[in-house]
Design a protein around this ligand. Structure first.
Ligand code: LLP
Length: 383
């Protein structure tokens, strides 16, 4: 990631997200090439970042879209994603959202419950349409990641429990306005250990065999997202391990002849190209600590407060002197408003420019107006 010089930022009001669109494009090229090697289809997960400037670059590289709300479907369409390459997941799709997605003729609904299947069937009937549907299955694979972003173990709200899958597939075949496509998984996010994906393949193989034994052949399988990135050393591995990732599925998933294989990467596409840029408002000496108080807070980037996530923090204002530990905090009235404890920084002063790295995914899109603070701005490398 190329971060411009401090002079470049001097005129900009902080805080803002800075996006290196060249790195985004390079990441997309690698992801698309490695997927194409195996004939896999990619759908970018808009939930990671739906900034229109990023969406334009992502669409240019030919990815489809993975959406979780009617507004995301609308944003994908507005950015030029082809409707037939949009997939739409979520446990709580409203009637209005389903109507919108059917109206746009999206590629596939990833369905999560029996009542949802019926509602989709009814609304499709009333619109004179047929809905293509995949069934999201909860495969009970532990992603070994933060519990808020683990989605594939038994006790959470996502997907059909495994033992209901066959019944769900039969329900699809009976519903006149539903066309059953296959199965969908997503076991969690920020997964760096390829063994988790190997386990997912093994589960998918077993599930598929069982379905086939019962005369049910999925024509499509979707493995969701989840590929992790290197938050500690963003400059050493700016482009995530797409080759290993897709290779794992090519090797361990027993693909049926002619079967389509889909993925929904979010973080792996968008995270490393984004940096939250802030200024130091005050340096406060505590009893035992020094606090660097920024003009960015948890409303701008909530990941550290919500998931105890660690982002690399750098002082872009180069200063001579040895590094020392600072607690880097925001101005919001919550103790959780802390970006990092004991972060080693060079001697830091009021006005210094701070970069919080690897923020392109689940950063800007999760910003809020808490404390009635303004939303952060956005700047782009090609402005
Ligand atoms: N597909 C589905 C069905 C998902 O639920 C998700 C993410 C993705 C794809 C994209 O996953 P990714 O490739 O980004 O791992 N806000 C949290 C992450 C929440 C992920 C939710 N689902 C964070 O900041 O870490």
């Amino acid at each position: 990631m190329t971060i411009p010089t401090i002079q470049h930022f001097a005129e900009y009001k902080t805080p803002f997200y800075y996006y290196d669109l060249e790195l985004l494009d390079k990441t997309l090229r690698v992801a698309a090439d490695e997927a194409a090697r195996h004939g896999f289809h990619l759908h970018y997960a808009l939930k990671a970042n739906a900034n229109a400037r990023l969406l334009a670059v992502i669409r240019e590289r030919g990815l489809g879209a993975d959406c979780v709300s009617g507004n995301e479907v609308a944003a994908a369409i507005a950015s030029g994603f082809r409707a037939g390459e949009i997939v739409y997941a979520g446990v709580g799709k409203s009637d209005e959202e389903i109507r919108l997605a059917l109206g746009e003729n999206i590629g596939c609904f990833n369905c999560e419950s029996f009542p949802e299947l019926e509602v989709i069937n009814d609304i499709a009937g009333s619109l004179g349409k047929t809905a293509r549907v995949s069934l999201r299955v909860n495969p009970n694979v532990d992603a070994h990641t933060h519990h808020y972003i683990t989605t594939g173990i038994e006790e959470n709200k996502f997907g059909f429990p495994l033992e209901q899958l066959e019944r769900a597939a039969r329900a699809c075949l009976q519903l006149p306005r539903v066309e059953w496509r296959g199965i969908h998984f997503h076991v969690g996010s920020q997964i760096a250990d390829m063994r988790v994906f190997q386990q997912l393949c093994a589960k998918a193989n077993a599930i598929q065999e069982e379905l086939l034994a019962n005369g049910l052949a999925p024509t499509s399988v979707n493995f969701g997202g989840g590929l992790g990135i290197d938050y500690e050393n963003p400059d050493e591995q700016p482009v995530p391990a797409f080759a290993d990732y897709f290779q794992t599925f090519a090797k361990h998933f027993a693909r049926l002849p002619g079967q389509q294989v889909h993925f929904e990467p979010g973080r792996a596409i968008a995270a490393q190209c984004g940096t939250l840029v802030a200024r130091v408002l005050y340096v406060k000496e505590g009893t035992r600590k020094k606090f660097a108080i920024l003009d960015a807070g948890m409303n701008d980037l909530i990941r550290p407060a919500l998931y105890q996530a660690r982002h690399r923090i750098e002082n872009l204002t180069a200063r001579p002197g040895d590094v020392e530990p600072y607690d880097v905090v925001g101005p919001v009235c919550e103790s959780a408003d802390c970006f990092g404890k004991d972060v080693l920084l060079p001697p830091t002063r009021r006005g210094d420019v701070i970069a919080i790295r690897s923020c392109g995914a689940y950063g800007e899109v999760m910003a809020s107006r808490y404390n009635l603070r303004p939303l952060p701005g956005a700047r782009f490398s090609n402005d």
